[in-house]
Write a protein that binds this ligand. Structure first.
Ligand code: PEP
Ligand code: MN
Length: 367
């Protein structure tokens, strides 16, 4: 499947101050003071090319902070004037588009919930007919590549040629260490179908947790994504939205400095070599194994608490025998050597016992 998008090259509408391209700013504009101090500190790092802030926030439940609204655009206008950096905001209705254009917003983005709804994207595309402004389209909340492509196509058909995609991960029922599963194969597939379309990674909404951000950033750069959008707040812990995933401006610099930016275009050169391709595959498998292990340990903790509350010993030999027997048999079917499977399981089992013993000791300490 080839996607035909008529695009203006990224370099013609995005000025990259320093590599990698970073777009940073708070999840939400909250107060003038918060916007100005955050944006000033971000600009002072010299590592950020564009400012972001949410003005209208799509909240799951009503009654939560739903964005400051139009006044926030005035604050962003001040931040832009003072820092000289362009600004980007999320638009979800034609009225948002009107307001954003009136207030000199440089780049618009379409949020994940909006991309999931073709009516919404079409309304936005219609409101942008005849307007020359870059638009970034986040992936839809559900892992549907066609819907993502459809959103980009709707805008392109309305005459928007300055387009980028934002990879912010996908909602999944299964709870893992990510807030939104990265499902890297989807943006990679988008890139394969449309190599000239820039893809920006949003590690903040993928991780939902600031500790994991550097790993996702690095992975995105290794997959040759064109930039990063990182939620940054002057005082992340007291942010009104997404407090767990925002970083301070000083942490942002550390994160950026810790990244390895390869000069070669890995996607087109290295990526096409078999070895690099296979290594990427291994990296993905290792990542998912670690996620699964982490998931397993969380269940182990629950079992530990349950055993403690019911006064059951940590180790039940019969259960362990059963695990070894069933898993080595399953391993054999999967063509894994039984000695290897046993050693592997033993390692996991030892760690599980250690964790459960800790839980038991915690209680002993508490009584
Ligand atoms: C955001 O960028 O703050 C946001 C709401 O993102 P998403 O649409 O990816 O949830
Ligand atoms: Mn957010």
């Amino acid at each position: 499947m080839k996607i035909e998008l008529d695009l203006v090259p990224f370099s013609e509408w995005m000025t990259i101050k320093t590599k990698p391209l970073v777009i940073a700013g708070p999840c939400s504009a909250e107060t003038e003071e918060q916007v100005m101090t955050t944006c000033r500190a971000i600009a002072a790092t010299g590592r950020v090319s564009m400012l972001r802030a949410g003005i209208w926030k799509p909240r799951t439940r009503p009654g939560e902070f739903e964005g400051i609204g139009n006044i926030g655009l005035e604050w962003l206008q001040h931040a832009k004037a003072e820092t000289g950096l362009p600004v980007t905001v999320e638009v979800a209705t034609a009225a948002h588009v009107d307001q954003a254009l009136k207030m000199g917003v440089d780049v618009l983005w379409i949020g994940a919930r909006s991309t999931a709804n073709p009516f919404t994207v079409q309304e936005l595309a219609d409101s942008l007919k005849g307007v020359d402004i870059p638009v970034m389209v986040k992936n839809p909340v559900n892992p549907d590549l066609q819907l993502w492509i459809g959103g980009l196509e709707r805008l392109n058909k309305a005459g928007i040629k300055k387009l980028a995609a934002i990879h912010r991960g996908f909602s999944s029922y299964e709870k893992t260490s990510f807030r939104n599963e990265p499902m890297w194969e989807l943006p990679v597939s988008l890139k394969t179908h449309c190599p000239e379309l820039p893809i920006i990674n949003d590690p903040s909404h993928i991780t939902g947790n600031r500790e994991l951000i550097p790993f996702v950033d690095q992975k995105a750069l290794d997959l040759d994504m064109q930039g990063l959008m990182i939620e940054t707040h002057i005082d992340p812990q007291s942010a009104w939205t997404d407090a767990k995933q925002q970083v301070s401006p000083s942490r942002l610099v550390e994160i950026i400095e810790g990244l390895v930016v390869s000069e070669t275009n890995s996607y087109n050169a290295d990526f096409s070599t078999k070895l690099a391709e296979l290594r990427k595959e291994i990296d993905q498998i290792d990542d998912s194994m670690l996620q699964k292990l982490s998931q397993r340990m969380r269940v182990v903790e629950q079992i530990g608490r349950y055993k403690r509350d019911n006064k059951v010993t940590v180790l039940q030999v019969s259960r362990w025998d059963e695990i070894i027997r069933k898993r080595t048999e399953y391993g054999r079917i999967l063509q894994l050597e039984s000695g290897f499977v046993e050693t592997f399981l033993e390692l996991i089992h030892n760690e599980s016992i250690r964790q459960q013993t800790d839980i038991l000791n915690e209680e002993v300490k508490n009584v």
